[in-house]
Design a binder for this molecule. Structure first.
Ligand SMILES: [Zn+2]
Length: 233
């Protein structure tokens, strides 16, 4: 009897606790959503396959859909990436860009919305030169097969043909599109063309040596659009 009384009092106390904390959680949620790294947007502006700019170290001739260039610039400012492949396919002038049919069927490389990266000056062994690429991979994919938006698929440790000492694959969420066509929309994290994340203009950018770490495994997707099936390699 006394036990039952105690537990019901405890249940009431928990209820009161939950109610009193609800506004606090709401504030926490807002603060998290306002973080530039946690927000993404869909870009409907027309895409175009363009050369990767010099500010993003890359293999000569590599190209991507221009709508992910600002994100690539931001990544290159914070992580020592060297892009080894971007768009893979024909250009309107008939020229071929990127490696030839080296990606899986349906790969985002065929839409210019994926890059393969290695460390600048890195080795072909998983050594210290890969540490920041591993950090980038963990930021983009805090939990295996649950990439952080706007990434659609992240290939690294745990994915065949990828990983430390091999390469990191990053692809962006996008509207379904046939191979060698431009997607109607692309999801990006919002940075402008100076590499400053929108809403942070005038503030000091994060120090390059302290790139953002995993957020604790809670990812916020604004679309829920594309299913993560298919590697998009
Ligand atoms: Zn790839």
């Amino acid at each position: 009897m006394s036990h039952r009384l105690r537990s019901s009092a405890w249940t009431r106390a928990l209820g009161i606790f939950a109610l009193s904390c609800a506004p606090l959680f709401a504030v926490c949620g807002l603060a998290k959503a306002a973080s530039p790294l946690e927000t993404t947007k869909l870009v409907y502006a027309p895409g175009k396959i363009v050369p990767i700019p010099a500010s993003v170290p890359h293999e000569e001739g590599d190209m991507v859909d221009k709508r992910i260039v600002p994100d690539l610039r931001w990544i290159a400012q914070h992580y020592p990436i060297y892009v080894t492949d971007g768009y893979s396919g024909p250009l309107p002038n008939g020229e071929h860009v990127g490696c030839n049919r080296c990606h899986v069927k349906g790969s985002d490389h065929y839409n210019g919305l994926a890059v393969d990266v290695v460390p600048v000056g890195g080795s072909a062994k998983c050594d210290a030169t890969w540490a920041l690429i591993t950090r980038l991979a963990k930021w983009a994919e805090p939990v295996q097969n649950k990439p952080r938006a706007p990434f659609r698929w992240v290939g690294y440790d745990g994915d065949a043909g990828h990983g430390c000492g091999n390469h990191l694959h990053l692809s962006w969420n996008h509207a379904p599109a046939p191979e060698y066509t431009l997607a109607e929309w692309v999801e990006v994290f919002p940075v402008n063309f100076t590499g400053v994340k929108e809403g942070t203009r005038g503030k000091k950018a994060p120090a390059p040596k302290a790139p953002p770490g995993p957020s604790g495994g809670v990812s916020q997707s604004t679309t829920g659009g594309l299913s993560p099936n298919g590697s998009g390699d």
